[in-house]
Design a protein around this ligand. Structure first.
Ligand SMILES: [Zn+2]
Ligand SMILES: [Zn+2]
Length: 164
């Protein structure tokens, strides 16, 4: 993590039962078009990468759903707001961008699982795009000791966040 990108942000679910703070890995904001994200969040899932920095104030109403072999989705059990996607091994958290209180300085710069995007919408912003197969290839390439292989970064245009 670079110092300039390590910005602390706060956020919460719709009802306020789950509040959190997290440190942004960078100012990249991405969208996942995969069918699971669309079903689970009622739209493309806009996320920011927060490494392992998510700190939930009170986990009483925080619920988890294991959506794949490696990932789980965390949400407020009271109001249903999707909040986080995390690697089950705890190595990475991505946070729902719209759960954050402050989106200043964020840049929408990548879209993943673009091949699963329905034809009836598309974003006008020019971003990097990756297919599901490209992401799976990156996951299969294995971990890099200095940088997680499946997260986006301001420096490297080839590293998208993982989803599902
Ligand atoms: Zn809530
Ligand atoms: Zn997804």
């Amino acid at each position: 993590m670079t110092g300039s990108a390590g910005t602390q942000r706060t956020g919460q679910c719709l009802c306020g039962a789950v509040r959190f703070r997290a440190s942004l890995k960078n100012h990249s904001l991405g969208a996942c078009h995969c069918s699971m994200c669309r079903r689970g969040t009622a739209g493309p899932f806009f996320t920011v990468d927060c490494d392992t920095s998510v700190e939930v104030e009170d986990e009483t109403h925080l619920a988890s759903y294991q959506s794949s072999a490696w990932g789980e989705r965390r949400f407020c059990a009271r109001c249903g707001t999707p909040l986080f996607w995390r690697m089950r091994d705890g190595s990475m958290d991505v946070v729902s961008a719209f759960a954050l209180d402050d989106l200043s300085g964020m840049r929408f710069d990548h879209q993943v699982f673009i091949d699963e995007k329905p034809d009836f919408y598309s974003f006008a912003e020019e971003t990097r795009t990756l297919t599901g197969a490209q992401i799976m290839d990156m996951v299969a390439a294995g971990p890099d000791p200095t940088q997680h292989p499946v997260q986006s970064s301001d420096q490297s245009p080839t590293e998208p966040p993982a989803r599902d």
